[in-house]
Structure formats: C-alpha cells, structure tokens
Design a protein around this ligand. Sequence first.
Ligand code: CA
Length: 228
Amino acid sequence: MTTQILIVEDEPAIRDLIAVNLRYAGFVPLQAADASAARKQIDAALPDLVLLDWMLPDESGVDVARRLRGESRTRELPIIMLTARSTEADKLQGFDVGIDDYIVKPFSPRELLARVRALLRRAAPGASDMPVEIAGLRLEPETYRVSAGDQPIKLGPTEFRLLHYMMKHPDRVLSRSKLLDSVWGDHVFIEERTVDVHIRRLRLALQPTGHARLIETVRGGGYRFLPE
Ligand code: CA
C-alpha cells in the first residue's frame, strides 16, 4: 500500500526537504506550491494526508483547511499545518478550522515523520466500529454522525474522536495523558492543556441537548464520561 502525502508549501527548499524525508521513510510525496495547485491535486485524487503551510502566496493555509473541512469528500482528510508562528492564538485558530495537528518551523525531519505516522495511525479506517449510545446521545463512527433524538450535533474531528473514546470508556477517570495517548495518538509534542480546550468545545456542542453534564471534571484526575 502506498501512502500519498501532499505537501503544500511555496518555499521550494522546504518542500524538497520534506519530500526527500517522506520518500526516504517510504511515503509517496506529492507537491503543490500554492493553494490553487493543492486544490487541483486534491480534486484529482485524494491524498492520505496533507502537510499544509500556513502562509501561502494565494490563500492562507487556514482558509484552505476550512474549505477542506467544509466539504464531505475532504472532511476527514488528515491535515497537519506547518507554521512559523507559535503563539497560542494562532494554534487555536488552526484547531478551530479542524486541523489535526501542527508543526512549528523550523522542525526536524524526525519530528515531522513522528507526527505524520501518529496522525495516519489515528486516521486509519477500521479503528472504530459500532454505534454507541448513552443517555440518548448517539454516536455513529461509520457515518461520522452524532445525534440526540432527531437532533444532529455538529462536532469537529478532534471532538468527535474525543467523544467516541469517552463514550467507549464510560464511568472511568480518564487522565489528560491517557486521553492524549488514545485520542491524539502521540502526545509527545502536544501539551496536556490541549485536552481541556477540546473538552470545552465538546461541552459547548453538547449543551443544547443537555448532554454536556455527562462530561464530568475529576479534580486532579482528568475527566469522566457518566454512564447515564
Ligand atoms: Ca510559506
């Protein structure tokens, strides 16, 4: 099986460096120098993962990511953002549009490959299975749907995975590092605080139907999904 990774980066030197490293690790790198070239490539064939530069000449990487998340065909396409910025606000803006991970430039090839592998592992199909339902909240992994009765609930990809994991492990105290391990796959490069950000979003999404109460904060422990 070949794993195709699309590199969207306008600086040829960085693009080539990434391509060389990906190829050396057994992946098939594809290259695009701007957003419109990336779009053409993605329209022609869906890659397995996209490495997306934040600053592109024709459009920002955030806008590209937002559009990919907005279309059903590309909604679950794994995206890692490459960014020279490292402020918290920028990171959160990236997570807001549903990117899966980000790497701050300059990065080492080793870090890049670790993140690519971790994300591919998490995104692998077959990792999830049967629908789960707790207290009227229903999650269907195959169709990527969450609902309460006939009311659909919209979640970002990370919140979806987080909810899925918690619903599969109800009534247990799940520490932040446990959640990072299980939901993010590789927590070496992600701060534990990230978990809180996504829990907050998840609660907000579950509030209208009264299901936010199912996520309990365990002081000094982490989180627990109530069984009913
Ligand atoms: Ca750039």
